[in-house]
Design a binder for this molecule. Structure first.
Ligand SMILES: *Cc1c(COP(=O)(O)O)cnc(C)c1O
Length: 232
């Protein structure tokens, strides 16, 4: 039962919150449902989850058409500029803004739709070659640029830590990203909020919570392994 998987994750979240003297209310669990069929999402919805994460625009579009409207969809995957207009009024938060050009596109489309779009800046905190995201030293200049754009508000930072055998190896990256977020928040830049920190996945969400995550993105631990051969 997926509900049992969810309960285990929720218990581990509680324990991590206790260990780090944080409040459970400060942690948002996003169920990452990419590649998973609607009945599985419905089961998790029935168990009370309203935050779902997907990495493809098309998948949010079709799933959101068929599922209850009180679901909050989180766009967590690489976003192409030509897809921006299809997603900005469907996603509650775009976690994966990895270029100034993408932010500009979001701003332009948001102006047309007369909405304000909440974004996170994706940071390649471990400088991995294969990953999208700003390098650490690029974040402040990007934030300053984006702060001038109408109809977008930068809520904080996001990262996907390296795939490691021992999740403790990612603690230093989570700590570094948290510190960066705190430092940027202290600058009180216009149109920025910087209170969200999206980090931690199945392998390392407990450590991410201990290091200050506000949004954790958990797929496999809730829905099981993904079978990419079955997509579409
Ligand atoms: C797939 C994905 C996740 C979830 O990964 P799991 O290891 O299955 O928990 C989290 N974040 C992003 C950006 C993803 O693409």
């Amino acid at each position: 039962m997926l509900k049992d998987n969810l309960t285990i994750v929720q218990e581990k979240i509680k324990e991590a919150v206790l260990r780090s003297n944080r409040n459970l209310d400060d942690i948002t669990l996003i169920a990452v449902s990419k590649t998973k069929p609607l009945p599985m999402l419905e089961e998790i919805y029935q168990a009370g989850i309203r935050e779902f994460g997907e990495n493809k625009v098309q998948e949010i579009v079709w799933k959101s058409n068929d599922l209850p409207t009180d679901i909050h969809w989180h766009m967590i995957g690489h976003l192409q500029r030509n897809k921006v207009k299809s997603i900005i009024n469907k996603a509650v938060l775009i976690h994966s803004v990895d270029s100034i050009r993408l932010a500009k596109q979001i701003s332009d489309e948001a102006i047309k739709k007369e909405i304000t779009v909440k974004i996170l800046l994706e940071v390649n905190i471990a400088n991995e070659e294969s990953k999208f995201g700003f390098h650490k030293e690029e974040v402040l200049p990007a934030l300053l640029e984006i702060s001038k754009m109408p109809n977008v508000i930068t809520m904080g930072l996001m990262t996907s830590a390296p795939f490691v055998d021992n999740p403790e190896d990612n603690r230093c990256h989570f700590r570094e990203l948290h510190q960066l977020c705190v430092d940027l928040k202290a600058k009180n830049i216009d149109n920025t909020n910087m209170s969200f920190l999206s980090m931690g996945m199945t392998n390392d969400y407990e450590i991410a919570i201990e290091e200050g995550a506000t949004h954790i993105r958990v797929g496999t631990a809730i829905f099981g392994e993904r079978n990419y051969i079955n997509i579409e």
